[in-house]
Ligand binder design. Sequence first.
Ligand SMILES: Cc1ncc(COP(=O)(O)O)c(C=O)c1O
Length: 367
Amino acid sequence: MPKKNDIKHLILPHLQNPFGYEGVKPLEEILLKGNMKPSEVIRLNGNENSFGPSPKVAEALGCFEDYNRYPDPNQRVLRDSLSIYLGVSPVNIVAGNGSDELIDLIIRMFVGPGDNIIEPTPTFGMYRFSANLVKGNVISVPRNDNFDLDVKQIAAAVDGRSKIIFIASPNNPTGNLATQDQIIELLQLGIVVVVDEAYYEYCGETVIPLLSENPNLIILRTFSKWAGLAGLRVGLGVMNPEIARLMMTIKPPYNMNRAAEVALLASLDDKELLLNQITPVIKERERLSLLCEYIDGVVALPSHANYLLIRLPKGRGKEIYLGLADLGVFVRYYDDPDLVDCIRVSVGQPYETDRFIMALKELLGVD
Ligand SMILES: Cc1ncc(COP(=O)(O)O)c(C=O)c1O
């Protein structure tokens, strides 16, 4: 008989070696390690919204009286309100605990052991993470030198076990868009195409109009970025009604918590204010990009989102990333051969840009 404290052998073999997703370092951990005060820390590592949520969110959360009741598993009020924001019918919508949950649900719905997903790399890490959880394979198709999609190579990678192509547009971390024509070409391949539009509100480019003609298209959106609700976890999928109906039946019944629901509705109620904050973020992105241009050996790639991928002098990516952290400035670094010289920097408020630039110049030894 196996001993009761020896349960490791019962864990599924493909999960024995952890492949966890490395998320954004929480403030608590940063403060503990760096012996810093919260006011000294600049967090440009999560593509969050440093303006924060609408003031109506705190007000609505404070007044809400039904936290002792379960949320509506059918998300009726949410789907009705979202349908006005998105310009699609409520039957096309599923809300989730962040778009991360929708990525997970989509993969559970279509991918079994030995099936594969296709991702043009570099890209957002959650597609791979969720596929690995269900023992799916991941086919990486490198993007071209400008990080644009190589549609021919993607088509060539599709085989009998391919289920889903994941396209983040704008892509995280490179900031570039897929064109509508590229998405149309990919849809002809006859497998599911997920277009992750997490940063839609920063670029205004969407493929939602393609939905009616393409039942194999799924679009993802989130309230983490434009609406400043990353901590409350509000994401959504827009898809063919038949797929949405099925997804509603396989999701955990109460996947949206009450606080997230209240915050989502309050955000939609104040969407003009939130959308008015987009222009200052874009202006700040362009200022950050220009400030980089003045530093020798530093180049910010063009971006359609609220972050910039910044190339640093050759071979110095990781060292600068670590040096910035020591100076209290947190950005994102990827252990990826295509990105060794790069860091991804979220667009924050002007004082945060200034602190980042000051720290970067200090590390590079320039004025
Ligand atoms: C492309 C992309 N998709 C999805 C997400 C996750 O969003 P959410 O906070 O809604 O889970 C992110 C977050 O960084 C992202 O960059």
